[in-house]
Each structure stands twice: as structure tokens, then as C-alpha cells.
Ligand binder design. Sequence first.
Ligand code: G6P
Length: 610
Amino acid sequence: MCGIIAAASNRNVGKLLVQGLHKMEYRGYDSAGIALHQKDQIAHLRTLGKVKLLEEKMIAEKPKSKLGIAHTRWATHGKPNQVNAHPHKDQSGNIVLVHNGIIENYDPIKKFLRSKKVKFKSETDTEVLVQLIGYFFNKGKLNFEQSVRAALQRVDGAYGIVVLNKKEPDVMIAARRGSPLVLGIKDKEFFIGSDISPIIKHTQQIIYLEDAQMAIIDGDDYKITSINEDVSLPKKVEKIDFKIDDYDKGKFKYFMHKEIHEQIDTIRNTITGRTKKDSIMLHGLLDYWPEIKQADKIFITACGTSWHAGLIGKNLIERFAEVPVHVEYASEFRYNKTLVDNNSIVIAISQSGETADTLAAIKKANDYGAITVGICNVPGSSVSRETNCGIFTRCGHEVGVASTKAFTAQISILYLLALKLADSNDTMSKKAIKEHLDYDEGIKKIKNILNKENEIKKIALKYKNANDFLYLGRGLNFPVALEGALKLKEISYIHAEGYPAAEMKHGPIALVDKDMPNVFIVPKDKTYEKIISNIEEIKSRKGKIIIVTDSKDKILKDLANDLIYVPKTNHYMFCVLATIALQLFAYYIAVGKKLNVDRPRNLAKSVTVE
Ligand code: G6P
């Protein structure tokens, strides 16, 4: 979604704000803007397109300021253009604001403000909020803080905002409901970000603002208060330990490529310290383990790639621990009739920990009295705070919009959880569990796939002009097929569908012709013979066949137009290795099409609106 960075300092903040915007271009990138307080006026610059254009404007105009707000936009209301770009001002020019989120009741508020002779310039919901703050402030009865509070008490929806007031050059107000905001503190400098990526360079002392909280920066001082009432709240400063390296591409051209290559380490980091011979320690679940292990049904909810991890989790938990698992998109879970109650375990999976639908699903599960478990990559994120307990994937920051390392870490956690449940439920022998935990060799085999990068690249380039792809797999590899297809769609804009291999007969086969590539994921397991029949069915319709397999059987060579071999491991590692092969395949198709892999069109890394 949109990215926000704001700073108050004794030094000139213009440059650092633009640098911060560059760090957040992965969140939103159709336009960018900045507002800089300059004693009795506010410099206001906005550009359509990339942050670079804003930077050029800044270099030309050289505005100086010690207090400023900046924004990179991912359009929700109103097309991407300069007028709709943030920051937005109220009619008087006193109030200037950046916003991430959606104001749902903008229409009645706009009608009200129009009846008070307020004129709007943009098509955005955000302008309604800044005009409303300005309306209260300009009436003269409320001070700046009270005006922001009064306006926020009247809006519905999700927001993270930072607001400036022309009349108070040392004051900056931030507030959030739904959309995340973090406050960074360093001596007498303050930084506000929609995530930590733009501020980590400046400080590791962070306050994660909680829902309905406001932060008021006033010169060297600051306070945390509530949107609902004028109270002073505790300042919960945390030291974060993300490395600055996580935000650099190093030798790679794209973050996605770097993150694909990091997976040996990220999977290892995620598992290390959580296993010992034949036992699994998930400390984050300790307080609730007596209830979790007795669950007679588990719900998993998530969005996008995390939902695919959920499907793998279902397969593993049902297979190892014999507990039925229901997996539902968070956007559906939040509105569907739920069978969740106070005996239920609801696992929410989210890389960012800020996805609006996933948070709404957690809230619903909490309201129904369920025990909520978060599997999340970002300590301090909303998912980690709103769930009763949880386990972190330890991937470091994931920047590429197309999720890669977070997915394989999520699978690793679900694997451990399934084994731990199996251990508690006595559905697996200690010996079998121990064998599964002997993962080191499997992880090393990731290297083997990464070494095949050039081979995979050659195959990918052959298919870069295809219009449609089918990805087909069975069992654990059906979600791998879904994820492979999603990666391709996200970064190469080629239509791709994932299906259970046998289900392809019930419709998708009608699409197959000589131009259509079909990617089959074929481990040598109990469905091997069946999937070969599925390949034959496509072959006889002249479809192109790409096979990802750990089998050297001649029949596969005869059937395939192209083969990607992954080394032999167990079921679980096969799906990780196949996933990585498909990540590279999608990556090289997109690179072959000269697309910007880290900034796919229309997508956002973290979807903080409904
Ligand atoms: C967005 C991203 C996807 C991601 C999904 C869920 O759509 O583009 O890559 O899988 O959100 O995100 P989460 O952070 O909750 O895992």
C-alpha cells in the first residue's frame, strides 16, 4: 500500500525523506509527494510517477526544512495523477496530511463539508479527512491536537496519518487505526514510518503505535495519546534488531532475486533452536499449548501466498497429527458464517502482519473466543500483537512484492507445528519424528537448485511469450502449483492457473493447445503414476510440458519438452525445492520480458485496506 515517512530533526530533513520514500517504493509507486514546514509556510511538492521525479524536483528547488512528511501512493480512490498525490491540504492551506488506508464514510463527510462551502480539488478520500481537520481547526475553538482528534472520531475505515499545521512549525501529529505506523526516536530526532524500512537507517528505538493511538511530536518532546480521549499513554519503546543489510540488494539486481537466494539461511534461521533430536520447542505457543494440542479442529486463515502456505499446513497437520483443518481466505472468513467458538484454534498466517483482511479475521476469531495463533514475519506487527500467541518466521525484511522466502519459512513453521501436534497426539512415532527433524541435508539441497539457475533461466526464456500457463500438482504440491502460478502472474503478467493435476480434466483442459505450457510438479510418490496419466492427457492435446521432478525416469524425459530436476529428499523438502525452482522460473520469465520484478504493476507488498 502507500508508504509514509515523516521526520522532525535539527538538521535538514528533505533528503532523508526522499531516501525514505525510495526505501518504500515497493509499497506504492504511482505518485509521490512531500510537504516541508518552513516557519510560516509549508513547501508542497508532488509528482506523478516514480520517487526519482520528486527527487529531481527537490534537487531543483532545494527546499530547506526541519520538519516534513512524505508519501508514495498506491491509488485506491481517484486515478494516479499529481492532484490526487499526497500530501493533501485543506482549503485554507493550514493543514497538510499524508494518509495510508481508506476512509469509508468519505461521501457523507464530503457532502457535509460542501454544505459548509469547502471546495475539493482531488478525487481522494484522503482530502475529505484533511478538510475535516481543517474545518475544526479553522473554526478556532479547538487546538491542533483537538481538531485532529475530533475529525478522526468522525471517520470510519482504516488509516495511518501524519499531519502538519502551518501555524505550529515544531508540531507533527501521527495517528493510526487499522493501518500501521511506527515512531522512531533518536535523541531529539523523531521519525515516523508506515513500516520500519525508511527509518531503520536512523534509529533502532521504535514505538509501534497501537490501534486508536496518536503520537504528538512537539519540538524535543513527544507524547502518546488516544484518538478517543485526551489521556497520556505509556511510551513503549522497543529496540529492534533488523539489520540494515535486509534493505540492500547487495550483488543482486532485484530484491526478489536476493530473497530467493536467501532461503537456505531463512529456512535454517526459522527452524534453528526450535528442534532438539526428537522434540520440537515452539516457545511462543507454550502458554496455550494445553488447549492447542487438544483441538479437534483447526482453522487457518490468510491471504495470497500466505494462504497457499496455509493449504500446505492443512495437508501436513492432517497427515501427521490427524486433526481436521479448515483453510479459508481471510477476506471470506471475516464475513462468512463461522463455526469458530471458544474451543477453536485459529491460525493466522501473514508475512507482513499488517494485511487488513487477516487482521479482521483475527478480530472475528478473538470475538468468538477462539485461541488465535499468529505465524508472522514481523515482530511488533499487528498480527503479532492481536493474536493470543504465535511463532515468528525469521526471514528478516522481505522487500520483493512477490513473496518468496516468507513462504518457505511459513511452510517450515507449519511443518514443525504439524510434527509437534503429532508428537502430542501420539499419531507418529518418536523415530518417525526424529527422521523428519533430520532436515539439514534437505536444506543443503536448496543450493543444488540455486546452482541450476542458468538451466532454469534458459527454459524460462523459451516460454516468455506464452499467454497462458497451467500449473498442476497433487497433494502437497497442489498449493505449490497455486504458488508457482501466482508468482508468474504477479511479476510477468502472464495468465496462469494452478490446479490439482487430475481436476484439470474438468474444465481447464479445454484451454490446452500447442501454444500452452503446462508445468507439472511430479515427485516420485504414491501419485506418481496418476500424474503421468494426467501428463499424457495434456500431451495428446499437443500442450507443451514442463516437468519439475526428483525422478530420472525415462518416461518423464519422453513426455517433457523441458525438465527441471530437483534433488531427492522427503515430501516436505520436495515441495520447498520445487517452489524455489518455480520462483526462479517466474523470475526469469519476468526478467526476460524486461519487467521490474520488485515493482509489479498494480500490486502492493502489504495490503492494509479491505
Ligand atoms: C499482498 C502481497 C502478497 C501477499 C499478500 C498477503 O497481496 O502482494 O505477496 O502474499 O499480500 O500478505 P501477508 O503479508 O499477509 O502475508
